[in-house]
Design a protein around this ligand. Structure first.
Ligand SMILES: COc1cc(-c2[o+]c3cc(O)cc([O-])c3cc2O[C@@H]2O[C@H](CO)[C@H](O)[C@H](O)[C@H]2O)cc(OC)c1O
Ligand SMILES: O=c1ccn([C@@H]2O[C@H](COP(=O)(O)OP(=O)(O)O)[C@@H](O)[C@H]2O)c(=O)[nH]1
Length: 487
């Protein structure tokens, strides 16, 4: 008798960044799934869409879901009923708690959807471990999809023990923290929201760290060869001694890398006229923005460095929103800056076509907020980095890029006394150290980035690649569990 397709349900966090990443992973499952032994595909993928709590986020999610639906790739969508958000806004300081509680409230609807849609497996965002029990009760094997690094995963697995081991709050701790697989991590490189142990955000990350161990597997957007020591430490049980970690599936880089027609944006055309590897690109993710005080330091640092640059500069979000606005250059930049740097620099005051820019031969370095997607995009194109972390887990990413992977040169960011502030002289120093031909530090970072480009591309190559193989193992596990369920 022919076997039915295994329907894999995906539960992304209710916002567009994590949703896009999980949908990309879903596309890979579909593409690798192949044909079943009947007429249809071996695997189908259905995204459970959680209604975001804000209208800003809902509009983004609707737009992205609409695009994927229209693409005809076969990803299906199932909208979960609306739930009343937890009684708190998305105010600064409680974001991790809000996301975790909001996802936990979806549990009854996830269980109902699993029954209605006939789930072979459920893959949940890392903010959604609060639905694991409901999935287990419904008898559905459940995997966590981790959108960030193996370093953050190792830290979160270690967090319940670290909470006991470190006698004070991390924000008051001057020492280093042991994350197996990383050099000792200075407390200042831990995510800021982990600063106080009594904060709900910290407690939720401890909770998620514990719950990851209950999953049937952890799918992670990294490449085995990018973070080998960390993945080995997790798999060998060094993060949670005495317990066997769930199987790990490093399937990255999970990025939307399809060839798209050129955007023909003016900033890309401007790059066409620049020499190879001569331009420094500065861009700070979907939520990074600068006030005039910070922007003036950047302008002065770039001007004094003498290097070419393309700077995607955004201004503060409008009241009640999280996304930056287009920059008002007159308000943010020092007088005369644009005239003085004309020809060797371009300030781009709106959303930039980042992937196309990083792919351009003129780009020689990237000053980044260290968002993990931006980092992977940079490595995919072999572009070395200058890390300027701003929010979420980015301080840890910055530490790993410099100290572990060696693909970045260090930048002194004052995150303790001043909110991620960088002095002009420090930026100038870091830019020179990456971009000057004579810089030994820069040469090493460029070499490492080129090595990582090869690593990323080899990983997804059909047949021998490590990410390709991890996807095959994952599909085998899902299909194997499914055939047992349907016998
Ligand atoms: C990784 O730790 C955190 C990530 C986030 C976070 O959450 C998030 C939620 C959304 O609904 C939409 C988003 O765009 C988004 C982005 C985001 O941070 C970025 O996530 C990327 C992965 O997709 C990547 O890891 C970047 O480095 C992050 O900057 C939020 C958070 O606390 C609020 C985290 O601790
Ligand atoms: O001006 C911009 C800013 C960001 N991005 C894209 O937005 C994503 C940002 O994801 P990341 O994980 O780096 O950071 P986040 O914005 O989620 O903090 C990446 O794919 C970038 O290419 C972009 O295309 N243009």
């Amino acid at each position: 008798m022919a076997m039915a397709s295994a329907n894999v349900l995906l539960l992304p966090e209710a916002g567009s960044g994590h949703l896009m990443s999980l949908i990309e992973a879903g596309k890979r499952l579909l593409a690798h799934g192949g044909r079943g032994d009947g007429e249809g595909p071996a695997v189908t993928v259905t995204v459970l869409v959680v209604r975001p709590a804000t209208s800003e986020s809902a509009a983004e999610v609707d737009a992205h879901v609409g695009r994927v639906e229209a693409s005809g790739l076969g990803v299906r969508f199932h909208r979960l009923p609306a739930v009343e958000p937890p009684p708190m806004g998305c105010a600064a300081g409680n974001v991790q708690e809000f996301k975790s509680r909001y996802m936990q409230l979806q549990a009854p609807h996830v269980r109902a959807a699993a029954a209605e849609l006939g789930a072979a497996a459920l893959v949940v965002d890392f903010f959604a471990t609060g639905v694991l029990d409901a999935a287990r009760e419904a008898g559905v094997p459940t995997y966590v999809y981790f959108t960030s690094t193996a370093a953050l995963l190792a830290l979160m697995l270690r967090l319940p023990a670290l909470e006991e081991e470190v006698p004070v709050d991390f924000e008051e701790f001057d020492g280093t923290v042991d994350v197996p697989g990383l050099p000792p991590v200075p407390a200042g490189s831990l995510p800021a929201f982990m600063g106080r142990k009594e904060s709900p955000n910290f407690k939720w990350f401890v909770y998620h760290g514990r719950r990851f161990m209950d999953a049937d597997g952890i799918i992670i957007n990294t490449v085995a060869e990018l973070e080998p020591a960390l993945l080995a430490a997790i798999a060998d049980g060094r993060c949670v001694p005495g317990r066997t970690a769930p199987p790990l599936y490093p399937i990255g880089p999970v990025l939307d890398l399809e060839d798209k027609p050129s955007s023909n944006a003016r900033c890309v055309r401007w790059l066409d006229a620049q020499p190879p590897a001569s331009v420094l690109f500065l861009c700070f993710g979907s939520m990074g923005w600068f006030d005039a005080a910070k922007a003036r330091e950047v302008a002065a640092g770039l001007e004094r460095s003498g290097h070419r640059f393309l700077w995607a500069l955004r201004g503060p979000p409008a009241a009640g929103t999280v996304h930056p606005t287009d920059a008002s250059l007159d308000e943010l930049l020092p007088e005369g800056f644009l005239e003085r740097t004309k020809g060797r620099g371009l300030v781009w005051p709106t959303w930039a076509p980042q992937k196309e820019i990083l792919a351009h031969a003129a780009i020689g370095g990237f000053v980044t907020h260290c968002g993990w997607n931006s980092t992977l995009e940079s490595l995919w194109h072999g572009v070395p980095l200058v890390p300027w972390p701003l929010y979420a887990e980015q301080r840890l990413n910055a530490f790993e890029l410099v100290r572990d992977m060696g693909v970045a040169v260090p930048l002194g960011v004052d995150g303790k006394r001043r909110d991620s502030f960088v002095e002009a002289a420090e930026l100038e120093r870091a830019v020179r150290s990456l971009m000057d031909d004579a810089s030994e530090v820069g040469r090493k970072a460029r070499e490492k980035a080129a090595e990582m480009k090869a690593v990323c591309r080899n990983a997804v190559a059909p047949g021998g690649g490590s990410s390709y193989a991890a996807l095959q193992r994952l599909l085998g596990a899902i299909r194997g569990g499914f055939s047992t369920m349907t016998q």
